[in-house]
Design a protein around this ligand. Structure first.
Ligand SMILES: N[C@@H](CCC(=O)N[C@@H](CS)C(=O)NCC(=O)O)C(=O)O
Length: 211
């Protein structure tokens, strides 16, 4: 499906997966329209995205789901404008590894689709989220203990890793965790959110934001 009016992003303010894509689009200087009232359980949305998750990005040429696939797509479309990956294979693998840790090991354990089942099992949702976010940031803090880390996760320009880290840090705040507990992660986040591309993508700067 083509987006006749340019890029269209389906996603919500608090969706960290959508946040990754908002940041990347902003870094690449790609203008997009946000659709935030996504009825994920509707037949119409399932037709657009059989995964029934957000984000979904409609570009002039494609309909794309899965945030990392979208980040890779944007990078391939515009590799030279704010590159999201370094040029050396080691660096690329390191950036992808940090991003993948957030995307595959942290976010799925906090996904809202777990809430109903966890509640049935008597799990306290806030404690559950805090546990897994804490464990995740403990690991990320170790991953950033490297001379490859600069102002950002990898060196002194933002990459895919930062696109994934920052929305996850926003979720930590949402669930009453203090990012100061992880000074290396926090320093990177603070550098990132000074950039307009990140700042504009924050949950509180989206039209559908609610505390
Ligand atoms: N791996 C997917 C995950 C997508 C995902 O889980 N999105 C969340 C919001 S961050 C969602 O739509 N959750 C709804 C649900 O759990 O039913 C991606 O990176 O795009």
């Amino acid at each position: 499906m083509a987006a006749s009016g340019g890029y269209v992003l389906y996603g919500t303010a608090w969706s960290s997966c959508t946040g990754r894509v908002r940041i990347a689009l902003n870094l690449k200087g790609i203008k997009y329209r946000s659709i935030t009232d996504v009825s994920r359980t509707s037949k119409e949305y399932a037709e657009l995205n059989p995964q029934a998750l957000v984000p979904l990005l409609i570009t002039p040429d494609a309909r794309l789901s899965q945030s990392v696939a979208i980040l890779e797509y944007l990078e391939e479309q515009q590799p030279t404008h704010s590159p999201l990956l370094p040029t050396d294979p080691d660096g690329r693998a390191r950036v992808r590894s940090i991003a993948q840790f957030v995307v595959s090991e942290m976010q799925p354990l906090q996904n809202t689709r777990l809430d109903k089942e966890l509640t049935k099992l008597g799990v306290h949702l806030l404690a559950w989220r805090q546990t897994w976010i804490k464990k995740g940031f403990d690991v990320l803090e170790g991953m950033l203990k490297s001379d490859k880390t600069g102002k950002y996760c990898h060196g002194d320009s933002p990459t895919m890793a930062d696109c994934c880290l920052v929305p996850q840090a926003m979720n930590a705040g949402r669930y009453e965790l203090d990012m100061a507990t992880w000074p290396r992660c926090n320093a990177v986040v603070q550098h990132c959110i000074q950039l307009p591309a990140f700042e504009k993508a924050l949950p509180q700067n989206q039209p559908d934001f609610e505390k």
